[in-house]
Ligand binder design. Structure first.
Ligand code: BTN
Length: 372
């Protein structure tokens, strides 16, 4: 059972699960790291490439126009992927060709920016959103200013898969739910890579709202931010997944090693390609049929079905504790729970405390969604 505490009263629905780059969804602790003087960037090299000739043309024109900028105004050097050799950056560098060859999407992931070292893929994508084709992805081997939710830093060592991509949505009501589709695509991608390679399956679960857990430890996280422009929501989604570095918690390869007799390892490129292959399919279902169609899969993948939590409700000046059982998600993407007194409530995350939730009463008789 989890004990929550809450310190601020938030009114329901004025604080949607994500809103803008400056107001990402509050959540549990990210991997934290102090920023340092080393953060001052020198030149940031970005390699641009595309899956087909159309995206390669976009890469060429972005290079010629030098349109990509860093948020801190630092210098960017744009190079076409074809301008460097595969071996120049060592074996541990992201293998662009491996990724591109495993990608089977029509829209997502087809325009790629790779950097061996950059501040944050999320900064690159959100700062240059309008210059990039929709579905463009930026992947980095090392980030020196990785961003987590709630203004946390995201520790970004070599071996962690770190990428951000763009998408555009029209219906603001469903924008907060897209982060759950992203989480689901990550867990489905890991399953897919396990199946294809004959690996034992790893039980990576979603900890609402946006964390990925393996064997009780955080192994990944998702950051979605959006801005509104010309009647469209420009959404940047960032994924951090610790594939091959046991620091700071654990990684997929460490757990795979425990479960397997062979020396097989996950490759970041396979997981990222599988992610986009899955995401494109799940996103189309989400847009055409609604999140309800994905709910069953989502509830099978998250950690919370039937979970009982203690939440605090602010009652005038006092906090009153209540035990509630998690049922699923509300239509706006918060947690739907039912109290022992049958009172239905909506739970909001509270900053960095694990399920330190707001307890906001909905109408006592509002119908429940299908049981999780
Ligand atoms: O758990 C969290 O707080 C979310 C972490 C998201 C980290 C990823 S790594 C790739 C992308 N670039 C960033 O700077 N952040 C996201």
């Amino acid at each position: 059972m989890l004990v929550g505490s809450c310190f601020h009263f938030l009114y329901p629905h004025i604080y949607p699960p994500f809103l803008s780059l400056h107001n990402p969804i509050p959540s549990s602790l990210s991997f934290c790291v102090a920023s340092s003087a080393m953060d001052k960037s020198s030149t940031c090299t970005l390699f641009l490439c595309g899956k087909s000739s159309a995206e390669t043309e976009s890469a060429k024109s972005l290079k010629i126009s030098n349109a990509l900028k860093l948020p801190d105004g630092g210098e960017v050097s744009n190079l076409l992927r074809s301008e460097i050799s595969n071996f120049q950056f060592g074996e541990e560098a992201f293998d662009v060709d491996l990724f591109i060859n495993s990608l089977s999407t029509n829209r997502f992931g087809r325009f790629l920016i790779w950097s061996p070292r950059l501040s944050s893929t999320h900064d690159i994508v959100s700062h240059n959103f309008c210059e990039l084709p929709i579905g463009a992805v930026c992947v980095g081997d090392v980030q020196f200013k990785g961003r987590g939710r709630s203004n946390n830093a995201w520790e970004s060592p070599r071996g962690c898969l770190m990428f951000s991509f763009t998408l555009q949505m029209e219906d603001g009501k469903i924008v907060p739910l897209v982060q759950y589709v992203v989480s689901l695509a990550v867990t489905e991608a890991i399953k897919d890579v396990c199946n294809r390679n004959g690996f034992p399956s790893l039980d990576v679960r979603i900890k609402w709202p946006n964390d990925l857990y393996l064997k009780g430890l955080k192994v990944g996280g998702i950051l979605c931010t959006s801005t509104y422009k010309s009647k469209k929501f420009n959404v940047s989604s960032g994924i951090g997944l610790n594939v091959g570095n046991v620091k700071p918690t654990t990684c997929l390869n460490a757990v795979l090693k425990e479960l397997s007799t062979t020396s097989n390892e996950f490759r970041r490129e396979d997981i990222m390609a599988a992610f986009f292959n899955k995401f494109e399919m799940l996103y189309d279902i989400f847009i055409n049929q609604g999140f309800q169609t994905l709910e069953e899969l989502y509830y099978r993948t998250w950690l919370h079905s039937g979970q009982r939590v203690i939440v605090q409700e602010k009652n005038e000046d006092r906090f009153v504790e209540n035990v509630v059982t998690i049922q699923g998600l509300t239509s706006s993407g918060y947690l739907l729970a039912i109290g022992d007194d049958n009172q239905v409530c909506e739970l909001h995350p509270d900053g960095n405390r694990y399920l330190a939730l707001q307890f906001i009463l909905l109408k006592p008789h509002c119908p429940l969604p299908p049981a999780a």
